[in-house]
Design a protein around this ligand. Structure first.
Ligand code: MN
Length: 303
């Protein structure tokens, strides 16, 4: 069991805590990116405003804990997402999208933005978008979980998964909860609301884990025991993100919003977006299009 703190990053003026990728850990299963933003102070009415930008070779998985967001993309999708709902966008060869709070947004913004690397056999395919207004909820002891992707305790999420994958929000109440795991998967836990305790089975102790610290569990675990503080109730549970999957063996290269395999593919994607050759398509948004940074390995750029 390894503990890895997130690093703070900025996405369109919004502070995020990024637990993936990190220097020592590029992926957990095929999960390759995990940002946690908010909760922003309710009185600040902080807006999300991410202008049109492209993606390749990945799924974006958007999950809100508070607030609402409007998603528009180059397929013509126009979708409002609320807490408890899931947006899953498949980039394949290329898609562009924008995300912003609706104009009447008030109060707090709180959510996670996740990416899943697509495997070789699908990553060149067509883009797609799906919205899931309802997701399976499962009972784990006295606690509960909402299933975003994959299967848990006999429930299966309707969301698309191209490799064996798990994504769930655990909603823990006071005391210890034993969560069954697929021993063929590696897993990560990230507390979203407050500190929890996680059992380190090799040391036979409970380890305190602060929010936004990624707990990595290698393959071979068939369960994890998590302890929530006495204040955690069914009405106000402590929420923990659980990600898992079969270790992703393909070597991925990430440049900006692109998941690729080679530096030449990155140069092609950057050029195709910045020169707007039609690979990604237009997005309905009043926000400014975000240009791609040029990688240091581009001809004529000093690294
Ligand atoms: Mn995006």
């Amino acid at each position: 069991m390894e503990l890895e703190p997130s690093r703070v990053a900025d996405v369109a003026g919004l502070e995020v805590r990024r637990s993936l990728p990190r220097r020592g850990r590029r992926t957990v299963g095929a999960w390759c990116f995990a940002d946690h933003f908010g909760p922003t102070p309710p009185q600040d009415d902080v807006m999300v405003a991410v202008g049109p930008h492209p993606h390749t070779g990945l799924h974006t998985v958007t999950w809100l804990l508070e607030g609402t967001e409007r998603h528009t993309d180059s397929l013509g999708s126009d979708q409002l997402i609320r807490p408890g709902q899931l947006n899953l966008m498949t980039a394949g060869h290329g898609i562009a999208h924008a995300e912003q709070s609706p104009p009447d947004h008030r109060g707090s913004t709180h959510g996670v933005q996740l990416w899943v690397a697509q495997p070789e056999h699908t990553r060149h395919g067509p883009p797609a978008f799906e919205h899931h207004p309802e997701l399976p909820e499962v009972t784990i002891g006295r606690s509960r979980a909402t299933l975003l992707v994959g299967a848990l305790l006999g429930s299966v999420s309707p969301a698309r998964a191209e490799t064996p994958l798990l994504g769930a929000q655990l909603e823990l109440i006071a005391g210890r909860t034993e969560v069954p795991l697929d021993p063929g998967f590696e897993h990560a836990l990230v507390a979203l609301d407050g500190a929890v305790e996680v059992e380190d089975r090799t040391a036979a102790t409970m380890v305190r884990v602060e929010p936004d610290v990624l707990v990595h569990l290698g393959p071979g675990s068939d369960r994890v025991v998590i302890g929530a503080p006495s204040t955690a109730s069914a009405a106000r549970p402590v929420r923990v993100l659980l990600l898992g999957g079969e270790p992703f063996e393909e070597q991925v290269l990430m440049w900006w919003n692109f998941v690729l395999r080679t530096r030449d593919e990155a140069l092609d994607a950057v050029r195709d977006w910045n020169e707007d050759v039609g690979r990604f398509g237009p997005v309905d948004s009043r926000l400014a299009r975000i240009p791609s940074p040029v990688p240091p390995w581009a001809p004529g750029v000093r690294g």
